[in-house]
Design a protein around this ligand. Structure first.
Ligand code: PFF
Length: 456
């Protein structure tokens, strides 16, 4: 199968369009909802340090590899991998790596949408001043009233799925570009504002800084290291072909290195700001840092409930959070839809409806895991916990490992050098060493450590 020179789905209009869309994919619930709560659960500083190291040593090189495979293959991840493998004289079975990514997309969006639904539900609650003057207990009970009610959660999950499918039907290049261009900077500004508010908590702010940036390695378990690495993949949307499929719409002349570094920096910046906004509130209000997935839903409303204009800013904040989740959700379905249209001849609309329907149905598992299905556990995890663990901690790092091996060892050096266009210089060789040795070894070490082969 010869590879096409252009994607049948069109191209981004500019380098910035790609950066914005990929940043839209990367910045989402992972940064603002997940990063703070897993940092809280895993003891803070040491966990943050491992996460940052994973972004630098694994995340950026793997992102470059994904974009390069996508742009060279110009198709959905399954076909891009298949035609590049053929071209390099490697087994066609590499397409199964793309298939695992498509599967991960289904699974991740099924629970992602339920959490995004909770953020949606918060928009009217904030705008209508429900949280005005709220106490920590009050905020917790407003949140539990929402998640304990399967009907309400289901309704918000349904709305989120519908808006996501709506954009995907129209094609990611239209609409997405414009909305991200405006939303991302605004989200950033409100986050900075929240950090400003949190900085006024005095001693609690110092405690938060200490918690986030003073590593205590005794708190670092094997599972915490795996979670930090898994999160580096999750937050950068790596390991499942989302960035790869966006790369397939990238014009030829754009520097893959520059875009990858830009996206990673913006993504990490947003996560750290979210941490700096949330933990001072946690400490100032005597709350539990390890409260789990409910953390942002129970802390941020307290701040909004006590600041001037809080109802308005809070409403806007959750609105922007939904936008951020929306642009991530879109990128989770895009590999699936690209595959269904290219390989199975479905129209974009039918492919979106079919995949969206399946994801919506799978989402019921997560909806129920917060209420009537709290007791349905496997390996001590609820359906939501299990889906999250399986995808973020296992499938994405495994996908990332295989992507690194493919780009580093299966592709000829002349092919990767040509696509990255870094010349024959130092940067290319640094990338090559990272992608061939350092990133795969780091991932393998974390897996080995988890199953007890090492004892870190
Ligand atoms: N990166 C997104 C976030 O941090 O919220 C989640 C995500 C999107 C993960 C797309 C994976 C993916 F392919």
């Amino acid at each position: 199968m010869a590879r096409p020179t252009k994607s049948i789905h069109g191209e981004w209009t500019s380098r910035w369009a790609f950066i914005l869309a990929a940043t839209g994919s990367a910045v989402g619930l992972g940064n603002i909802w997940k990063f703070p709560y897993i940092t809280g659960e895993n003891g803070g500083g040491a966990f943050v340090l491992v996460y940052l190291a994973c972004i630098a040593v694994i995340g950026i090189p793997v992102m470059m590899a994904e974009v390069l495979i996508g742009r060279r293959g110009r198709q959905n991840p399954i076909n891009s991998l298949k035609s590049l493998a053929e071209e390099e004289g490697r087994p066609k079975a590499w397409r199964w790596l793309g298939a695992m990514g498509v599967l991960a997309g289904f699974l991740i969006l099924s629970y992602y949408s339920v959490i995004a639904g909770q953020a949606l539900a918060y928009i009217p609650r904030l705008f209508f001043g429900v949280f005005e003057g709220v106490t920590p207990d009050g905020a917790a009970s407003i949140h539990s009233a929402l998640v304990n009610d399967p009907e309400r959660l289901l309704a918000w999950h349904t709305i989120f799925m519908l808006i996501t499918m709506f954009v995907v039907t129209r094609g990611v290049q239209h609409g997405l570009e414009k909305s991200v261009r405006f939303m991302m900077p605004t989200l950033f500004i409100i986050l900075v504002m929240l950090v400003g508010y949190a900085a006024n908590t005095g001693e609690a702010f110092d405690r938060a800084l200490h918690f986030l940036f003073d590593p205590d390695f005794s708190k670092l378990s094997a599972n915490a290291i795996l979670t930090a690495m898994g999160h580096a993949f999750f937050t950068l949307s790596l390991g499942m072909g989302a960035i790869m499929v966006y790369g397939s719409y990238l014009p030829k002349k754009t520097s893959i290195f520059k875009v990858s570094v830009t996206i990673s920096l913006m993504d990490t910046g947003v996560a750290l700001l979210a941490g700096l906004a949330i933990f001072p509130l946690v400490f100032a209000n005597g709350m539990e840092a390890g409260a789990g997935p409910s953390l942002i839903f129970e802390t941020l409303p307290i701040a909004f409930g006590h600041m001037a204009g809080g109802a308005f800013f809070g409403g806007i904040f959750f609105l922007l959070l939904v936008f951020a989740a929306w642009s991530s959700g879109i990128s989770l379905v895009e590999p699936i839809v690209a595959w269904m249209t290219e390989n199975h001849g479905l129209s974009r609309r039918n492919a979106t409806m079919l995949s969206g329907g399946i994801i919506w149905l799978l989402g019921l598992l997560t909806v129920f895991s917060f209420n009537i299905g709290q007791e349905w556990t496997l390996f001590g995890m609820t359906a939501f916990g299990l889906l999250d663990y399986l995808t973020a901690n296992i499938m994405l790092p495994l996908g990332g490992l295989l992507i690194a091996l493919f780009a580093g060892w299966m592709m000829n050096k002349t092919s990767s050098a040509e696509e990255l266009a870094l010349g024959n210089g130092v940067l290319y060789h640094i990338w090559l060493i990272l992608i061939r040795f350092i990133s795969p070894l780091a991932i393998l070490l974390v897996f080995a450590n988890l199953i007890g082969l090492l004892n870190i």
